[in-house]
Design a protein around this ligand. Sequence first.
Ligand code: GDP
Ligand code: MG
Length: 448
Amino acid sequence: MAFEGLSSRLQETIKKITGKGKVSEQDVNQMAREIRLALLEADVNFKVVRQFINDIKERAVGQEVMESLTPGQQVIKIVKDELTNLMGGSQSKIAVSDKPPTVIMMTGLQGAGKTTTTGKLANLLRKQYNRKPLLVACDVYRPAAIKQLQTLGKQLNIPVFEMGTEANPVDIAKKALEYAKEEHHDYVIIDTAGRLHVDGELMQELKDMKEAAKPDEIFLVVDAMTGQDAVNVAEQFDKELDITGLILTKLDGDTRGGAALSIKAVTGKPIKFVGMGEKLDQLEEFHPDRMASRILGMGDMLSLIEKAQATIDEKKAKEMEEKMRTMSFTLDDFLEQMEQVKKMGPLDELLSMLPGANKIRGLKNVQFDEKQLKHIEAIILSMTKEERENPQILNASRKRRIAKGSGTTVAQVNRLVKQFNEMKKMMKQMANMQKKGKKGKGFTFPFM
Ligand code: GDP
Ligand code: MG
């Protein structure tokens, strides 16, 4: 897995500071030292590392105090924010021309993954954005290259424009654009030739193509496995071609991650997509924040905390937490909890943001939608106080009465009781996770 070493080292470091109720300057320095080493070992550009560490230190020492996060958590949040910034901050979307077709030029060294990614990108554009792409074969130096693209086109059922190996790439690009207009293609993706190294002849050809095709995007495809070499190549291509974005391939391999972490800072150009495997559906839009979370092993924990902070009454949350810990959680609490959570969004989605949540058994049984929520509300409100506090006493005749009173069925009442029990079980597991957390791992769940 990519980032494995970096990830585990950063997580080690973070673990030490997370639980801290007080963070001294010395703690921050210690952490910064460890992060610095971890990044250097992951082959991150040393200048990038220096800047990164300075930014973290500055923010961590001068941090303002937020009520709901512990100082340790705040420091972690800073690290996560900075890691996100390092990789570009927010997601950078693919261009859309207001005069279709949108033209994309794929460039890069030989073997970086241009041709494969050309196919993958067309597939993604069609599937995710409902586009009608055309692929263009401009690698005329190897007959096999055209064949490769045609094979991909056939697999995907996406047309490939080619003029054999005799034509000039600039002419092919021009003709392809005419053809795309006639056939109402809204994206044209041009696969170009690569070389083993950056050379003048290649650059000139790419510049000529740029001149002729006026691309909306010039993507540089780089192999993430090549680490700092990828960063150097990116700098050179960018200098010559003024690229618009990067596609990092082979992030499914065991790359240390240096390229992914340095390339934006060094070139100033965003990573737009990442290749996560050889298959044609293994290209993903790049989200810096998700990648940062992944590297730090925290799911989308922090955005969850932020979301919770924004919506949930803190005092109530504390009460809930206490109830959850002592297992004195009743159907009334359940109802109240659901009302709170409703303000935040779908519960299953929220829970899935928790690190380790996928390991919690029963999670998939706890799913609610708005309509269900209305039923649940009606059912609970049809119960006596005693029943709400102790649903075990619900026998068949009580359930019939409740179903009738709430305009639901006995099956729905049963389902609710089952969900409630699942949730209680799950809470117990979470409370346990959290208890372990007190020894230095994990976070508190302010929304529970
Ligand atoms: P090009 O010379 O730049 O056109 O590179 P190709 O598209 O021919 O790809 C070179 C090799 O890298 C092929 O074997 C691809 O299957 C492989 N490849 C491309 N992208 C990825 C990726 O994201 N993950 C993995 N594991 N392999 C990839
Ligand atoms: Mg190729």
